[in-house]
Ligand binder design. Structure first.
Ligand code: KIV
Ligand code: NA
Length: 266
């Protein structure tokens, strides 16, 4: 795969071709997923749950994220590497700048932060310093204690309008990408159409510019035995990891995944 850059992703959005993203935490999986055509490898702080066995993403450190980013970088064959800033790593502007520097030095091409319009200044200052940012909106797992559980966000007109306003403010501030988690499919489509930058969805229906899943989920691996409704098992019927990743890429590109059953209503 030729190197995937921000320009590549912008071009895919313009063409109406869906963008494929999976989480990835080490060199071998990075090699396999990038060779199977996954365009963006997300070094997600979900590693706190799927690798470290915690019950939330809150215990993950910047050092953990930098370590896994460096591992992914060594195996990656041309995909973009997007790395999460973990819990409380961007509460102040100086923290955000310093922690992003560590992640970019480790091999990230873009960083992801969870939040809303309040991140506008941070996103803008990161862009000033050459760091593209993706903002994660909707169900932001670092705020699970504030939400009182993992719940669909953006239901009801007031919440929906707030999400539209957040997306607009962040794009104006210079966000390079947006990611919507567990929001009603129709609202996610609307936000994706309105945005000039790519909008990636997870549990956000088929109308976004691209899709992401946690790799362990789409391989059918679960510590709890439960699977979120927006997940599909792509290992089923495949005899290799390469096959599972390629099946995911193909299903997203052909708009076969996600289908209506994987989304949420308003
Ligand atoms: O950490 C992660 O895996 C994520 C995805 C769920 C989008 O942020
Ligand atoms: Na994350």
């Amino acid at each position: 795969m030729p190197e995937v850059t921000r320009t590549t992703l912008q071009g895919l959005k313009q063409k109406g071709e869906k963008i494929t993203m999976l989480t990835c935490y080490d060199a071998t999986f990075a090699h396999t997923a990038s060779r199977a055509g996954v365009e963006v490898l997300l070094v997600g702080d979900s590693l706190g749950m799927v690798l470290q066995g915690h019950d939330s993403t809150l215990p993950v450190s910047v050092a953990d994220m930098a370590y896994h980013t460096a591992c992914v970088k060594r195996g990656n064959q041309g995909a973009m590497i997007l790395t999460d800033l973990p819990f409380m790593a961007y509460a102040t502007l100086p923290q955000a700048l310093e922690n992003c520097a560590a992640l970019m030095r480790a091999g990230a091409h873009m960083v992801k932060l969870e939040g809303g319009a309040w991140l506008a200044e941070t996103v803008s200052r990161l862009a000033d310093n050459g760091i593209p940012a993706c903002v994660h909106l909707g169900l932001t797992p670092q705020s699970v204690n504030l939400f009182g559980g993992y719940k669909v966000q953006g239901r009801g007109e007031a919440q929906a309008q707030r999400l539209r306003d957040d997306a607009e403010a962040l794009e104006r501030a210079g966000a390079a990408m947006l990611l919507l988690e567990c929001v009603p499919s129709e609202l996610a489509s609307e936000i994706s159409l309105a945005a000039q930058v790519p909008v990636i969805g997870i549990g956000a229906g088929s109308g976004t510019d691209g899709q992401v899943l946690v790799m362990h989920d789409m391989l059918g691996l679960s510590l709890s035995g439960r699977m979120p409704k927006f997940v599909k098992n792509f290992m089923a019927g495949q005899d290799s990891l390469h096959g599972a990743f390629a099946a995911y890429v193909s299903a997203v590109k052909k708009r076969e995944f996600p289908s209506d059953e994987h989304g949420f209503s308003a």
